[in-house]
Design a protein around this ligand. Structure first.
Ligand SMILES: Cc1ncc(COP(=O)(O)O)c(C=O)c1O
Length: 395
């Protein structure tokens, strides 16, 4: 193939992604045991139920669904969301404080588009979701990492970074974080909301794993502590219904969301009506809770198996013990290199993501992210056995 010499925009400079793309391409090969992705397990995708709902919807409201819709969202879903948000996240929002998005990833993109000029500081907990870091890079943000531990973002460091950098935005994943699986402690949730108001920083609270809880007590979102409107909750139905439907939402200040709506108009006009209608049917029909209970039961078993195997794995300094979500984060003994482990594991048909990719400041070469939702019990046992053997033989 001939490579043509195209002059790309400067915003593309920070975007490489090639190593990760290769990694995911390898993980998708038949026979590979993949602990690399973040996809729901195929048992968690309710295809039969969605087929029935889609056909009913088209029969009932087909002309409206197949027509252009409103940027803010399909009206029935917009009406059901405030109740869902109150019940699930403990936050009170009105209909005009909700903007339906094409996945929660779009919510972050719209916030960055509306708020961030090249060079503006954006704070993020570190490590953080790679897709979010790529989005910040694409707006040429000055990404400022904030330390975190197994109880989430370090509040003292957060305040110091807010004072020092006057950021436009804080990006944070409070529940069953990607990549660590850890959750932000209750008192820190309140403190994040208070700091946002004190330093006038918009918070992008990205919470797609909130309902995938297998143990422990439900925690209210940071948004539940937001008195002034600085927090925008980014929600998603990707992990609880289907990522392929691409339905998420933003819940926050009505004026800010109107500005984000203007940005959405010139991005995709609106999120697909049919997909929004399907999600609405889950909410109105009481279908979501039983579905989530069913998948959580299965995910819990997979996570426990992986945690038990990790406890038996040599040369590990620390691994997280999540109460939900899809990921476990591992720190190998200091000096061991996760990319070396990756190469030997891949040769034996096991994939994961080396943790360094999740740290905007780089380093942390001894870390890795493991996902447990895309393998069955037998594959987890086999994959962890291979991984353990590879670690044992690392130089
Ligand atoms: C933290 C986080 N935010 C957002 C997303 C993407 O969500 P959506 O499919 O709703 O765009 C993911 C997917 O892996 C994620 O881990």
């Amino acid at each position: 193939m001939v490579t043509i010499d195209i002059s790309y925009a400067q915003r593309m400079q920070g975007l490489s992604g090639s190593a990760i793309r290769e990694l995911f391409a390898f993980s998708a090969k038949p026979g590979v045991i993949s602990f690399a992705g973040g996809n729901p397990g195929s048992f968690a995708l309710p295809d039969e139920q969605v087929a029935q709902i889609a056909s009913d919807l088209l029969r009932r409201d087909g002309k409206a669904i197949l027509q252009y819709g409103q940027t803010e969202g399909y009206p029935p879903l917009r009406q059901s969301l405030p109740g869902y948000i109150r019940q699930t996240f403990g936050a009170d929002v009105q209909e005009d404080q909700v903007l339906i998005t094409t996945g929660s990833m779009q919510g972050l993109d719209l916030l960055l588009k509306a708020l961030v000029n090249p060079g503006d500081a954006v704070l993020t907990e570190s490590p953080a979701f790679l897709g979010a870091l790529q989005a910040m890079n694409s707006y040429q943000a000055n990404i400022v990492p904030v330390r975190s531990d197994d109880s989430g973002i370090d509040i003292a460091h957060l305040e110091e970074m807010m004072r020092r950098h006057s950021p436009k935005l804080l990006y944070i994943i409070p529940t069953f974080q990607n990549p660590t699986g850890c959750s932000l402690a209750l008192d820190r949730r309140q403190q994040v909301a208070e700091l946002a108001a004190k330093y006038r920083v918009v918070v992008a609270e990205d919470d797609p794993y909130h309902s995938l809880r297998y143990k422990g007590k439900h925690l209210p979102a940071i948004k539940a502590f937001d008195r002034e409107g600085w927090v925008v909750l980014l929600g998603s139905f990707s992990k609880v219904v289907s990522p392929g439907l691409r339905v998420g939402f933003m819940a926050g200040d009505a004026h800010l969301l109107r500005r984000c709506g203007v940005c959405k108009q010139c991005t995709d006009v609106h999120t697909a009506n049919l997909n929004q209608g399907i999600v609405d049917a889950y909410l109105r029909g009481g279908l979501l809770d039983p579905h989530i209970s069913r998948i959580c039961g299965q995910y819990a078993g997979l996570m426990d198996t992986m945690l038990q195997q990790l406890a038996l794995t040599p040369r590990i300094r620390h691994f997280t013990r999540p109460e939900g979500g899809l990921f476990i984060f591992v720190h190998l003994e200091e000096g061991l290199q996760a990319d070396q482990l990756f190469r030997s594991a891949v040769e034996r048909g096991v994939a994961f993501v080396p943790g360094e990719h999740f740290y905007p400041e780089g380093g942390h070469h001894n870390t890795l992210r493991l996902n447990f939702s895309n393998a069955d019990q037998a594959a987890i046992l086999r994959g962890m056995e291979i991984l353990s053997d590879c670690i044992k033989h690392m130089g």
